[in-house]
Structure formats: C-alpha cells, structure tokens
Ligand binder design. Structure first.
Ligand SMILES: [Zn+2]
Length: 488
C-alpha cells in the first residue's frame, strides 16, 4: 500500500540507528531451524480454493459457496484450523479498519455496514464444529474431530453471503467501482510464531496468507467489466449475466474490481499481458506505459514476473494504492495530468509489491518493513532505470531529509505498534528504503542485485521472515556486528 504522500511528515532520525536494528530485529531459535527444515521436506500440495459466487447488485451482496482443501504444512498435528473472515471488520463502526480522522474519507455517505454471513461450515468427510472469534468477529475457529497430520489435507465446505459496505477503502463500493477484496474465508498462516490470527486493523496492510491455487466461478451483470486476480479461462453470458471461470495458480489472495465505466488499455511486455482499467480515458496510454515499464524493470532487476497477466485498476479508493496478486488498485483521483508524477510513483510502488508481498510473501503485521521497505526502494530503482541516476538520487536525498530528524525508532516493529499512519510511513517505508540503499552502497551494485535476485528466486511463493533477509546479507560479507558496534 502507499500512504497519502502529504502525510509523510518531515521529522527525523539517523539512518545508522535503523541499520542497528536490522541485526537485532529477529532472533531465530533452534526449533525454528528444525521447523524450517521439516517443512522444506513436506508435500508440494498447497491449499486449494474453489469458489462459486454470484453478485447481487441490488443488495450489494455476493452469494458464495466455497470448498477449500486445507493442507497441514506444519510439522505437528492440528486439532484446530483458523480462517480470517475479514468482512466482519466492517460490521460495526467501532471495528472499521480506518483511523478515526479518516472515517469521513472512507465512508463519504456515512458509515455503512459490511459483513460475512456464514450459513454453513462443515467438513466433506468429517463433521466440523466452528466458532466466530477475534476482536472484530473476523476470525473463524474450526475444531477438528480427528487430528490433521502433517501433509494431510482436509476438505471444508462453506456457504456464505458477503455484504459490501458503501466504503471507498479496499473493501466496498463507491460511485464507480465495486472493490471485492479480502472477501472470502482465507486460511490463517501457522508459522514459527504460531497462528497468525490478528484482526483487520487500520494501520498498514494487516494481511498474511499462504500461496494457494484458486478456481473462482463468478457471475455478475454483463454490463460490469471485471478486473481480477488470475486468468479468465471461460465466459458464458445468459439473460444479462455473465459467468466468468477464473483460474489463479500460485497466488496468496484473490481480488476482483468491477465497474461499468472502465476504459481498458492493453499492453504487453516480456510476453506478459498488461491490462489497465481506467476511469479517465485520457490516461489509458499513460497508465499502460507505466505498468509495462514497471513489470519490465523489476523483471530485469529481480527475476521474471511469474504470471501471464498483470492488471492496474483505477478505483474508488482514497488511500493511494493497494496490492493484490496479479492486480493493483489505484486511487482514481491520481489519473490526471497534474498528478502524473504521483500516479507513476504509486503504480510503480504497487507493481513492485508483485515481487515483495505477492510472490515472496511475509507477515505484513509482524514485519511490515520486509515488503514495504523493499517495495519503496524498488520504486526508487524504477525511477533510476527509467529516468536516470540523478532522478533517483534526488528521491533518496528527499527520503534521507524526511527521515533524518525523526526520533530514532525501531522500524522493525509490528504495524500494530505504530502511533498513526504518518509514524508508520516514515519508519517502515522511508527509513526502510534509505536502509536498503545503505546496504547497496556498502556491497556495491554487483553483489546487491545478485543477492536480490537470489532472494527472489529462493523464496518464490514462500513466506519469509526478516532473519532470512538479514542472513543473506551477512553471507555476502555485510558485517552486521560491525554495523551494530558503529551504532553505539
Ligand atoms: Zn506498499
């Protein structure tokens, strides 16, 4: 995600202080090493989601049936499994995942509820009990009658309705677009920290999920144009409704944005189809060019974008931009010639998340810096590669100035521990990007880009933690201990 640029307050802190923390941020214990070793031997099968959904435009509801094959990828038996049911975070005003000062922006027409109404949760081959839990009723706990052994799969059937709120955050609908994101029951991750079962909070992108396969059959009124994760492999129109058969393999989430007003720009780079869904036709070409250049530049720098399609979607969305696999949503108000630079910055940033968040995954709540700092720095690299080193040097200089007087803080905190989005942004994005730039200066371009490519290739479709990233640099001769002593 990109936080509104005008929020980036000019305060400060030394870059070195933060490099200090790189070394101490995460501690790996022996059990973790063992668990990593065990899971690396596990089955290649990944969670599989089959969803049949129908959009009811009159009531702003999605009527859904879902079968999920959940695979126990841990090295222990499970007697419970958790799923996020994020729409319930929109069910009450006090739950709404927005900062208090932003409620008006998120709900221009006043608060309006969204929720998931679960009709059925049961096993295909065994009876399952469930409870709705979590601070915002946004967690589903499923109790298993028989323990699920490592590498064993369990088929779970769901039936539910999702109500979309009239909200222009990630999830909901505005005047022009219908934003269907974080909408279906999605399995929580269990890693060395245990189950990640946090609620949908206001700060950061509070999501963490495992790479999975999806097959979604989605029916919607035919006048709506659909932007989606995955590839449409079949399409049938009957009585004014179109049923799309969508396949998405090796993705960690599934999002859709719909509008009858989209003007679609099409491009291609390195054999990857680029679709841009625009609400200002004059910007079709510009947004398509930025999307193509972003995919090309990052593919050259870090490793090939591993899917066939990428979509950039202008949306009723007030927070800059937001990333989902194979699709990013961008605030439609940026699509003007006056906002051209900002539009380019935001599209380049969200596209970089395809590498850092989507393909290489991480816990965005416990370690938001891992994807955001890399993504913010990748954005600088986009400008360096497209417009030259003077331009990117200016960007880095601005970032150093923005962050140098900001009181020294641990940028490796969980997103829930930041005061507000300005505090979050200056630490996680700005100081984070400056730190990555320092690492590059220290090792030189050859080692820096070789290591980034190795990081991407080795961790494709996996979840990583900060330790993995730090160790990679240690192994390449960045003496983290020395950096710590220099920080004293
Ligand atoms: Zn971001």
């Amino acid at each position: 995600m990109v936080i509104n640029m005008n929020k980036k307050v000019r305060r400060a802190c030394a870059v070195v202080a933060m490099l200090c923390v790189i070394a101490t941020g995460v501690v790996m214990d022996k059990n973790m090493v063992l668990e990593t070793f065990m899971s690396s031997r596990s089955t290649n099968e990944i969670n599989n989601y089959k969803i049949e959904a129908e959009y009811d435009g009159k009531n702003k509801k999605i009527l859904c049936k879902q079968t999920t094959k959940y695979i126990n990828k841990t090295n222990g038996d499970l007697n419970k499994i958790y799923f996020h049911i994020y729409p319930n975070a929109f069910s009450k005003r006090e739950f709404a995942p927005f900062e208090a000062g932003e409620m008006q922006l998120a709900y221009p027409n006043g608060f309006n509820e969204g929720y998931i109404d679960l009709k059925k949760v049961d096993g295909v081959n065994q009876k399952l009990e469930y409870d709705i839990k979590g601070d915002k009723n946004d967690l589903l706990e499923i109790k298993l009658e028989e323990k699920l052994k490592p590498n064993q799969g369990l088929d779970i059937e769901f039936k539910y309705n999702v109500k979309l709120p009239n909200s222009v955050g990630r999830f909901g609908y505005g005047d022009k677009t219908i934003n269907i994101t974080n909408w279906f029951p999605i399995a929580c991750v269990k890693d060395d920290r245990g189950w990640s079962i946090k609620s949908y909070e206001a700060l950061g992108d509070p999501f963490y999920s495992d790479t999975s396969n999806f097959r979604v059959k989605f029916t919607a009124p035919s006048e709506l144009k659909l932007a989606n994760t995955g590839v449409v492999v079949g399409e049938k129109t009957k009585n004014g409704s179109t049923k799309y058969d969508i396949e998405a393999k090796n993705v960690r989430d599934f999002a859709l944005i719909m509008s009858s007003k989209f003007s679609i720009g099409r491009g291609e780079t390195k054999g990857i189809k680029i679709n841009t869904y625009n609400l200002n036709k004059n910007m079709d070409q510009k947004s398509t060019e930025i999307a193509e250049d972003s995919i090309k530049i990052y593919s050259d720098l870090f490793g090939k974008y591993p899917y066939d399609v990428f979509s950039v979607v202008s949306s009723d969305f007030y927070i800059g931009g937001m990333e989902y696999p194979m699709l990013v949503m961008i605030d439609q108000s940026l699509y003007t010639s006056k906002n051209k630079f900002l539009l380019e910055y935001v599209i380049a940033h969200e596209t970089a998340h395809q590498w850092w968040y989507s393909v290489v995954g991480n816990d965005e709540i416990s370690e938001p810096w891992l994807d955001e700092a890399l993504t913010e720095y990748s954005t600088v690299l986009y400008f360096e590669n497209k417009y030259g080193k003077e331009v990117s040097d200016k960007l880095i200089e601005t970032m150093i100035n923005e962050s140098k007087d900001y009181s020294s803080e641990n940028i490796f905190k969980p997103s829930t521990e930041y005061k507000n989005s300005a505090d979050y942004s200056i630490n996680v994005y700005t100081k984070g990007a400056v730190a990555i730039n320092e690492v590059r200066n220290k090792v030189g371009d050859k080692v820096f880009f070789e290591t980034m490519r190795e990081y991407f290739e080795d961790n494709k479709f996996k979840n990583v933690n900060g330790r993995t990233f730090v160790d990679l640099w240690n192994n390449r001769g960045i003496d983290v201990d020395k950096i710590i002593s220099e920080c004293d």
